[in-house]
Design a protein around this ligand. Structure first.
Ligand code: SF4
Length: 400
């Protein structure tokens, strides 16, 4: 291992933020000894920043439609109206899914969908989304709705000619509890022109997430990795997320980024042009793990919770990622369409026993949490309108 790399890891262990150049050096090394030291540093920082406990959430994905006006080059989920495999759930079907989730102890519904310009109530896209929220929250007020990406916020704003502030405020008032930081892909407009040319650009993603924080909605953050992006673009993505969180802290916004989730590209069923360009169906696990460790070292002082994707890596891969800087295993999901339709083999549903058993194999304790990373300390609620399970504050050594 080089002297320089050793110095970077020592500075990180002393609590300093590493620079983009230093992050790049960590990503580019192929020396097995150096990679082992990067893993050990990430694991040590994870232990200091969040402790040994591995958290999980009992949640359900609810994708209300796959009809989408956009054509992202990695997406096997979208359909045009009338295509084979198209779906658009009615209110009753959505409510049934929420009811089944509550019966299994869910504290969260993660709701996202395609961008469907015909999804309107009284000619208003916002009114349709508000009804999506009320349909669930009126029946199950205790459920946390983790819903609608920055891209969906922009879509509603564009359809109804509203400001982002008006849209976020209305979604929050209707019952959204937090925004998923999806649609980030890689926050580099050169990459976005290939991956998702119709999506919002990097600055708009950052602007909407920053606004959500100012308006009191926490968000998550993500990166879609292992396709056409370069290591420098990966580091730039980390740098933008770190600056966004630093800005929220400096401004004392009422909400922040709670977690970072690395989402490896799955290309088995992705549209052919991108598949051909990437040249493989999935990134190499070892590369994903090295990137996982560097994300902990780069972001951990500011974004304490790091989660692998068991849908994309499989449970065994996700458990391995818990040794490379991750402290959270994610959710039960109960159903998953977006990555599974792209060809992921990780499955679509895990039970609490699956998650707890897998965590126990690492000899680390587990703890159920809610969406905002507060421990859930009582059993599941099972009747309509029941109160939410009791929670207590999560104590991190350093809270971002
Ligand atoms: S990733 Fe989302 S926005 Fe892009 S095509 Fe698929 S459903 Fe539509």
């Amino acid at each position: 291992m080089t002297h320089s790399l050793d110095g970077i890891l020592n500075r990180a262990l002393e609590g300093h933020d590493i620079s983009p150049t230093e992050g790049l050096e960590l990503l580019l090394t192929q020396d097995p000894t150096a990679i082992a030291a990067i893993r050990a540093t990430a694991d040590e920082l994870r232990q200091r920043q969040t402790g040994n406990t591995v958290t999980y959430v009992i949640n359900r994905n609810l994708n209300f439609t796959n009809i989408c006006e956009q054509h992202c080059s990695f997406c096997a989920f979208r359909r045009d109206a009338g295509d084979d495999g198209e779906f658009w759930l009615d209110w009753g079907a959505m409510r049934e899914k929420a009811t089944a989730a509550v019966a299994q102890g869910a504290t969260e519904i993660c709701m996202q969908g395609g961008l469907n310009p015909t999804a309107k109530v009284n000619g208003s896209s916002l009114q349709y989304y508000v009804q999506l929220i009320r349909n669930i929250k009126d029946a199950w007020p205790q459920l946390h709705l983790h819903a609608f990406s920055p891209q969906e916020v922009q879509f509603i704003a564009r359809e109804d000619r509203l400001s982002y502030t008006k849209v976020i405020t209305a979604l929050k008032a209707a019952g959204v509890g937090s925004l998923p930081g999806t649609a980030a892909e890689v926050l580099d407009d050169e990459v976005r022109r290939v991956l998702c040319p119709e999506k919002i650009d990097s600055d708009t993603w950052l602007k909407i997430v920053g606004l959500a924080h100012q308006l009191g909605l926490t968000t998550t953050s993500t990166m879609l990795c292992g396709h056409i992006e370069t290591p420098m673009q990966q580091i730039t993505h980390f740098e933008k997320l770190r600056q966004l969180q630093q800005q929220a802290i400096a401004q004392s916004t009422p909400a922040r980024i709670t977690e970072f989730i690395l989402l490896p590209f799955v290309g088995q069923s992705a549209p052919k042009p991108l598949r051909r360009r990437v040249g493989r169906d999935q990134p190499v696990l070892q590369d994903v793990l090295q990137l996982t460790a560097v994300s902990r070292i780069y972001l951990g002082n500011w974004i304490p919770n790091h989660q692998p994707s068991w849908v994309k890596l499989g449970l065994a891969g996700a458990i391995e990622a818990l040794r490379w800087g991750c402290n959270d295993i994610g959710g039960t999901l109960m159903e998953e369409h977006i990555t599974t339709m792209a060809g992921a083999q990780g499955g679509t549903c895990l039970t609490v026993d699956d998650l707890q058993g897998a965590i126990a194999s690492l000899d680390r304790p587990h703890q159920q949490r809610d969406t905002l990373y507060r421990p859930v300390i009582s059993g599941p609620s099972t009747s309509m309108g029941n109160t939410a399970p009791a929670r207590q504050s999560l104590s991190h050594k350093r809270t971002a």
